[in-house]
Design a protein around this ligand. Structure first.
Ligand code: PMP
Ligand code: GLN
Length: 378
């Protein structure tokens, strides 16, 4: 069989988590919480399982969950989405990203991708015949060079992929970023997929600026979210897409043949659970403490870093320690000191020598301290 993705191997998350498991290393590579979700949420799922909510959910998602999502968007961002025509529940953000990209991109279309980029974006673009056009973000600030973005926009540009808070760099968009993007696309046929799965994880009193909060952007944007990050349930694979009606209509044409619908009892449980905003309001404090604990441990090390602005990832530079390629170093540290990380070069298509590793700090405090201690011996 001739590969449709000849340059793609097994995702780095699988590779590094497997190596961590085989070696018994502390796994700070793949991003998932090292602690359980709330027992209340588990009880709610159990309740709906036992009540017999075990058949197909509606293709678009159960009404109560779509209503809760629309209400949350209104409460948080003052934007009204119609739960019937503008909100869709998906099997994780991964499915929503794939469906949104597929709804927009045709063969030959150009898609602006900021790199480092989360690893599912580019394969989805390429499978649809699109051409990724890269704008590089450079450490340690990973600011967007808007002039460079403007120069890369052509008549073929059809989509721009946004991710804030950003995986892997932890950078968070500012009002200026939103305005610059709006100015660039205002009079053009360009759509946006905005990956906002870390919308509740921002630090140092930053607020999340969803792209839906800018009227010019809102009209053209598929806003993608995930419950995995917000409620410590990455294994449940449940996410969603909010988009204006005409965009949602096309989105659903794809979604209905990718998965049709998404796991039923969990949707009912999440609808109940979402009604109490306290369930996600404590996340910034919760994760900021963990970020700071990990960084306090690393302050004794030879790594250099700027604290993440959001997400549950911290990137660090190791130029003071070694000039090995980051992939080799990530493998070596897993085997030799028992700490697994993600080499950030895998998120860049264009070669560079930045020498950055990404660590996930969504772990128990003692684990973070132990990992930082081991890393400080280098
Ligand atoms: N986007 C980003 C930026 C992510 O970090 C992740 C993974 N956690 C996803 C999308 C995928 O989310 P899900 O597990 O809900 O498919
Ligand atoms: N989003 C997670 C990360 O960045 C991993 C998700 C996955 O394994 N596909 O680590």
């Amino acid at each position: 069989l001739q590969s449709k993705l000849p340059h793609v191997g097994t995702t780095i998350f699988t590779v590094m988590s497997k190596l961590a498991a085989e070696t018994g290393a502390i796994n700070l590579s793949q991003g998932f919480p090292g602690f359980d979700c709330s027992p209340e949420l588990v009880s709610l799922v159990e309740h709906y399982l036992r009540k017999g909510f075990n058949q197909y959910a509606p293709m678009t998602g159960v009404p109560a969950l779509r209503e809760a999502l629309a209400q949350k968007a209104f409460d948080q961002y003052r934007v009204a989405y119609d739960p019937d025509t503008e909100v869709t529940v998906t099997s994780g953000a991964t499915e929503a990203l794939f469906a949104a990209i597929t709804a927009v991109v045709r063969p030959g279309d150009e898609v602006i991708v900021f790199e480092p980029a989360y690893d599912s974006y580019v394969p989805a673009i390429e499978l649809n015949g699109g051409i990724p056009v890269y704008v590089t973000l450079t450490p340690p600030d990973y600011q967007i060079d808007w002039q460079a973005v403007g120069q890369k926009i052509t008549d073929k540009t059809r989509l721009i992929l946004v991710n804030t808070p950003h995986n892997p760099t932890g950078r968070v968009w500012t009002t200026d970023d939103l305005q610059q993007l709006a100015d660039l696309i205002q009079d053009r046929d360009i759509w946006i997929v905005s990956d906002e799965v870390y919308e509740h994880i921002l630090f140092d009193h930053r607020t999340h600026l969803s792209l839906m909060t800018h009227p010019v952007l809102q009209e053209r944007t598929f806003v993608v979210g995930s419950f995995g990050k917000t409620f410590h349930i990455t294994g449940w694979k449940i996410g969603y897409c909010l988009a204006p009606k005409d965009l949602t209509t096309e989105f659903r044409k794809i979604h209905q043949y990718l998965t049709f619908s998404t796991v039923t009892p969990i949707q009912y449980a999440l609808a109940d659970y979402l009604n109490d905003p306290d369930h996600y309001r404590q996340l910034p404090d919760f994760y900021q403490r963990k970020r700071d604990l990990f960084l306090a441990g690393l302050s004794q090390s030879r790594f250099s870093f700027k604290p993440a602005e959001g997400s549950f990832f911290q990137t660090v530079s190791y130029t003071n320690i070694t000039d090995e390629p980051d992939y080799d170093l990530a493998v070596r540290l897993t085997k030799e000191i028992g700490v697994a990380s993600i080499p950030v070069s895998v998120f860049y298509q264009q070669k560079n020598d930045y020498r950055i590793l990404r660590f996930c700090f969504a772990k128990e405090d003692a684990i973070l301290q132990e990992a930082a201690q081991r890393l400080s011996q280098l």
